[in-house]
Design a protein around this ligand. Structure first.
Ligand code: FRU
Length: 477
């Protein structure tokens, strides 16, 4: 007999269980990134810290390793590093005319009950689909069993009081300021791609008033601003959007009296790209125990048909530099995964690729500090084959950082003489933090299973390797 009272959850969990052997057999699957037991995941949803647990829900297809049948998977963690799989939280309620449970957020009601607010996508009828709605689900005290709220929809386009968005109106994200609770939702109409702002009318979190458009831009070729996140970083605010290409950010000021956002700086949050898609997408944010904003994203672009697809990025502490651009840094708790440590004392590297003999692997953390000197190109190579013919290279030539096939404009600033590459390698995933999070790149890689070597590189001149640290990383599973 199934342990799940809800037959939709029981069926979905059984389907995931049936795929775990295939997923586990894949040597390219990451070992210290969170991912479901098997099958597909995309966006992190409902990321929140409560009562000593970090909860992360995620877009999940229990019925395949490709996108479809959107449920909400659920996991929790004490430290944002080790994760416990929990039963699937949300399922599409076909009897209520629901085809998918799209992305959203988690909050608490005034009675302290957990509440998920998400985008309901209606079933098609006669090939037509009604507009999306924003729905809520209430959880039990253990956050395990969820019920669709009897008062749904929480928001519908018929009555929301804002522009006549097209039906694709989605991905609610809640934030607070000055004791007030707000929600942003992506929407578009005519030639406008927008982030709409709503304010909670009371502490039930079920009644929302349309305020205005927090942000808008011409829609042009872009379809939509998916998964807007809006977060206060010091005195400034950061808006992150998923515009069907690499995530974009805009920093600026937010006037809570007039409810206006004044953009100042903008850019690409993470330029990693492979297999035709951005490799870090559809982010979400939570505040950790120390109230630090933590950014999480969906690592995407993996090959098909492996019994799994998609994982969560490593959690990143998000802040804003004095230049108004974001900084992303891996959380300190990841250090608990460090195993065997190799430390190489400083040395000069003159037009040479130096293999690190003491350490190799496909689950590593590497910190390399290199002063380029007169070398034209410096960097690292990982996943080097024994014959050295194949490798994944990360190089810097003073103007451009290259991570595998992706070229990213980057220069050392006036105070910096040293390039600091902080790299997390986890099988087919690279997450690179450059010069204390000034640039962050998530990149999927392809390498032969036995290509495990690490090299430091200085070509066209002599560079000084100031320090090189390599740790073998433990699996979290
Ligand atoms: C972003 C996204 C969201 C949507 C969800 C559907 O990746 O398209 O806009 O809610 O994924 O799975």
């Amino acid at each position: 007999m199934s342990t799940y009272a809800n037959p939709s959850i029981a069926q979905a969990m059984a389907s995931v269980a049936a795929a775990t052997a295939k997923a586990a057999a894949d040597p390219t699957r990451p070992v210290y990134h969170f991912r479901p037991p098997a099958q597909w995941m995309n966006d992190p949803n409902g990321t929140i810290y409560h009562n000593g647990y970090y909860h992360v829900f995620y877009q999940h297809n229990p019925y395949g390793d490709d996108w479809g049948h959107m449920h909400w998977g659920h996991t929790r963690s004490r430290d944002l590093v080790h994760w416990e799989h929990l039963p699937i939280a949300l399922w599409p309620s076909y009897e209520l005319g629901e085809e998918h449970c799209f992305s959203g957020c988690a909050w608490l009601t005034e009675q302290g009950q957990p509440l998920l607010i998400y985008t309901e996508v209606p079933l098609k009828s006669n090939d037509q689909r009604l507009p999306n709605e924003q729905w809520a689900a209430l959880g039990d005290a253990d956050w395990i069993t969820w019920q669709k709220h009897p008062d749904n929809p929480v928001l519908s386009l018929k009555t929301h009081g804002g522009p006549a968005f097209r039906g694709e109106w989605r991905d609610p994200f809640i934030f607070t300021e000055a004791g007030r609770t707000f929600m942003v939702i992506g929407g578009d109409y005519e030639e406008v791609a927008a982030v709409a702002l709503y304010e909670a009318e009371d502490a039930s979190m079920l009644h929302w008033r349309y305020c205005n458009l927090l942000y808008q831009e011409p829609r042009m070729g872009k379809v939509f601003l998916e998964c807007p996140n809006f977060v206060k970083l010091g005195e400034k605010w950061l808006l992150i959007t998923a515009p069907y290409r690499n995530l974009e950010y805009i920093s600026g000021t937010f006037d809570v009296t007039s409810l206006t956002f004044h953009p100042e700086q903008r850019g690409v949050l993470d330029p990693g790209f492979s297999n035709g898609v951005p490799n870090f997408y559809a982010s979400n944010i939570l505040f950790d125990e120390q109230h630090q904003p933590i950014l999480l994203g969906w690592v995407r672009g993996f090959p098909k048909d492996r019994g799994w697809n998609g994982c969560l990025s490593l959690p990143r502490v998000l802040s804003l530099g004095a230049d108004g651009h974001p900084r992303q840094q891996p959380i300190a708790a990841l250090q608990t995964l460090r195993g065997h440590h190799t430390q190489v004392a400083g040395f000069t590297l003159d037009n040479h690729r130096q293999r690190v003999e003491q350490s190799q692997g496909d689950a590593l953390e590497i910190i390399a500090q290199i002063t380029p000197g007169n070398a034209q190109t410096v960097g690292l190579r990982v996943r080097c084959s024994a014959d050295d013919e194949q490798a994944v290279a990360i190089t810097f030539d003073g103007q451009t950082l290259r991570v595998a096939d992706v070229a990213i404009p980057f220069t050392l600033n006036e105070q910096e003489t040293t390039l600091k590459l902080h790299l997390f390698l986890d099988k087919s995933v690279l997450e690179l933090f450059v010069n204390d999070g000034r640039k962050t790149v998530t990149q999927l890689i392809d390498a032969a299973t036995d290509a495990l070597g690490v090299e430091v590189v200085a070509l066209g001149g002599a560079a000084q390797v100031e320090a090189l640290d390599i740790w073998e990383m433990k699996s979290i599973w």
